[in-house]
Design a protein around this ligand. Structure first.
Ligand code: G1P
Length: 287
């Protein structure tokens, strides 16, 4: 389906410290989930939602990401020679996905800073942000729903998910209210706070790694002071948008009730491999 959003930013500059030593020499986004690196699922999700132009924000030692989405002539030629059409198709799929661009963050100054790096590429239109290590089940249509909500309500949109109270300190947390005439899954965000303690948290609704942002976020990010952890937080800039009025202001939350895996977390990663493995069309039932 064709939507009004054509560009996505995928921040993928994080060090992956939760997964050491596996991520010492390879980026966490390249860890295989069944037979594809985690980042390929994220790029495929954007393309499925009709967003073909993808800017990946990387950092040092992330060259494998660029190689993965580039052509590999030697490999293709070797497979062609062998007549191995099946594997050839799989290899080609990873570089035929969309228009994947790369830029480096330079300094690790936080998620808000990473998104700001996309300013020139994105220009003056709403755009999607997909965090490179959050995997959303293929059967769910979260990004499409968020893009529709942005079209209907304007402003910016965040994906929210209920989490146990003792885990809210790992996420951005939203204070929300119902919107008259909307389904219960689409809410107005009144306030946002990055990684609050359970006592400070206004709800158990956590921001998960999908956003559709109004371009006015860039001017706000430019002025956002370092927040939690000394980093420029996207959540803080969105909190400003939630309380502001005028062009491009306002934040909507789309509450997600499907399956999401944080592939940067060892337990969640294993769950993703098992669940997706059991559904694999070739060997799912054996597995
Ligand atoms: C980031 C955001 C946070 C959000 C989370 C989702 O945190 O800052 O608001 O809830 O992603 O995965 P990080 O996981 O990078 O610490």
């Amino acid at each position: 389906m064709a939507y009004h959003i054509t560009k996505a930013v995928i921040p993928a500059a994080g060090l992956g410290t939760r997964f050491l030593p596996a991520t010492k020499a390879i980026p966490k986004e390249m860890l295989p989930v069944v037979d594809k690196p985690a980042i390929q699922y994220v790029v495929e999700e954007a393309v499925r939602a009709g967003v073909p132009d993808i800017l990946t924000i990387t950092g040092r030692s992330k060259a494998a990401l660029e190689d993965h989405f580039d052509r590999h002539w030697e490999l293709e030629r070797a497979l062609e020679k062998k007549g191995d059409e099946k594997r050839l198709k799989r290899v080609r799929k990873s570089n035929d996905l969309g228009d994947v661009h790369f830029v480096r963050q330079g300094e690790p100054k936080g998620l808000g800073h990473a998104v700001l790096i996309g300013k020139n590429h994105v220009g003056d239109e709403p755009f999607a942000v997909l965090l490179g290590d959050d995997l959303i089940d293929e059967g769910d249509h979260l990004l499409e729903e968020m893009i529709e909500a942005q079209l209907k309500h304007g402003g910016s949109v965040v994906a929210l998910m209920e989490v146990p109270a003792e885990q809210i300190n790992l996420y951005g947390c939203a204070e929300v209210e119902q919107i008259d005439g909307e389904t219960s899954g689409v809410v107005r965000v009144k306030g946002l706070v990055e990684k609050p303690s359970p006592e400070e948290a206004p709800s158990n609704l956590a921001i998960i790694g999908r956003y559709v942002l109004d371009p006015s976020i860039f001017a706000v990010l430019e002025k956002t002071e370092p927040g939690r952890g000394g980093e420029i937080q996207l959540t803080d800039a969105l909190a400003e948008r939630a309380s502001a009025t005028g062009e491009g202001a306002g934040v909507i939350g789309v509450v997600f009730r499907g399956s999401r895996y944080d592939t940067g977390d060892r337990l969640d990663y294993l769950k993703a491999v098992v669940r997706l493995g059991t559904r694999h069309n070739e060997f799912g039932s054996d597995f």
